[in-house]
Ligand binder design. Structure first.
Ligand SMILES: Cc1cc2nc3c(=O)[nH]c(=O)nc-3n(C[C@H](O)[C@H](O)[C@H](O)COP(=O)(O)OP(=O)(O)OC[C@H]3O[C@@H](n4cnc5c(N)ncnc54)[C@H](O)[C@@H]3O)c2cc1C
Length: 324
């Protein structure tokens, strides 16, 4: 364990759109933020080629480029971006208390305020052909990528409300949607099932799983397998959407922060405040409803403003005191 303890005003955990937007606002407000990027610098958008719906990019932009630009913007105002993973936290219950954070199981940092933007990771099937074609027609976000398959035939895997919602969304854009449901029933609410069943261009295949995604560089088809009969069937599709859930990256906060039953951090009212004074949450880690880059960025802005007000209210005027 390192001997030196660094004290900072604002620690930002996570480097997606929420973290970088928080960083831009926090650094402009002179909160001297330090950001730890985690295992996926730039966040989820670095796994996608085309972002068409973020305001301000009339011709679209590829995800990794957008995230580099956000980083440069945050650094321009003094954000210190560090590669590292927060591995544990000890959050204070006191107003004006100091939170202790350990990075990479080694370095301890003391922070007067923390903005958590650790996101939520989409779950995948984890079969080799699906992993190989991620970004080449396999996507975990219908609202983000459905548009690219306008008028085409696609498939979606999942049986819950999100899968049903995304299948309906795709049905409005695509020629045909094949929905693969592993069991002989859907988990989605009756209302969502009714919506799916009322759309003529959605075909629901029960007891059906993905055997293999077909195609070398891009998705060209899907080999489905009936898990009761073992029968396999190929269909031609250009896009495969995986809608089997998300896992919020909140394990390190368990037992300290209030969370819902699926592990999303609960924030107070319209704010980004958590149940610990000086600890704020923004982006997908506290939002299982919208999960978009622009909404994550919006709450990142809110978290920085909330942190700024909190620090002012507890009388923080300290300069950064490294190695105290
Ligand atoms: C394939 C795909 C395509 C998408 N396309 C679009 C699109 O076109 N438009 C759109 O609006 N949205 C799109 N999205 C959704 C969008 O990417 C997310 O809504 C957005 O990235 C959420 O931002 P975030 O900052 O909350 O979290 P994320 O982007 O998930 O970032 C989380 C960050 O936290 C870090 N982290 C996690 N744990 C730790 C830790 N312990 N210590 C330090 N850091 C940690 C990670 O390394 C990462 O940097 C897409 C998502 C996917 C998967």
């Amino acid at each position: 364990m390192s001997e030196q303890i660094e004290r900072i005003k604002t620690l930002i955990i996570g480097s997606g759109p929420a973290g970088y937007t928080a960083a831009i606002y926090a650094s402009r407000a002179d909160l001297k933020p330090v950001m730890y990027t985690g295992m996926e610098p730039g966040g989820q958008l670095t796994t996608t080629t085309e972002v068409d719906n973020f305001p301000g990019y009339p011709d679209g932009i590829d995800g990794p480029t957008m995230m580099v630009q956000l980083q440069k913007q945050a650094e321009r105002f003094g954000t210190e971006v560090r590669i590292g993973m927060v591995t544990s936290v000890d959050l204070s219950d006191e107003v004006g208390g100091i939170h202790k954070v350990t990075v990479d199981n080694d370095q301890v940092i003391e922070a007067e305020s923390i903005i958590i933007s650790t996101g939520a990771s989409a779950k995948y099937l984890n079969i080799p052909s699906e992993q190989r074609l991620r970004g080449g027609g396999v996507s975990a976000c219908a609202v983000c990528d459905g548009f690219f398959y306008k008028g085409q035939e696609v498939a979606i895997v999942g049986a819950g409300d999100t899968a049903a919602e995304e299948a309906s969304y795709l049905a409005n854009i695509c020629k045909k949607v094949t929905m693969l449901v592993r069991k002989d029933y859907m988990r989605a609410s009756k209302a969502m099932q009714h919506r799916v069943n009322s759309l003529e261009n959605i075909e629901v295949r029960y007891n059906t799983e993905v055997d293999e995604v077909l195609g070398e560089q891009v998705v060209e088809g899907l080999r489905m397998v009936n898990n009761v009969t073992g029968e396999k069937e190929d269909i031609a599709i250009t896009g495969l959407f995986i809608a089997i859930g998300h896992k919020p990256n909140t394990d390190i906060f368990k037992g300290q922060l209030d969370m819902d039953e699926t592990g999303y951090i609960i924030t107070e009212g319209k704010s980004t405040k958590t149940n610990k004074p000086g600890v704020f949450a923004s982006g997908d880690v506290q939002d299982k409803e919208y999960r978009q880059a622009v909404t994550a960025a919006g709450t990142g802005c809110m978290a920085a403003l909330d942190a700024e007000r909190y620090l002012a209210s507890v009388g923080s005027t300290e300069e950064v005191t490294a190695n105290s």
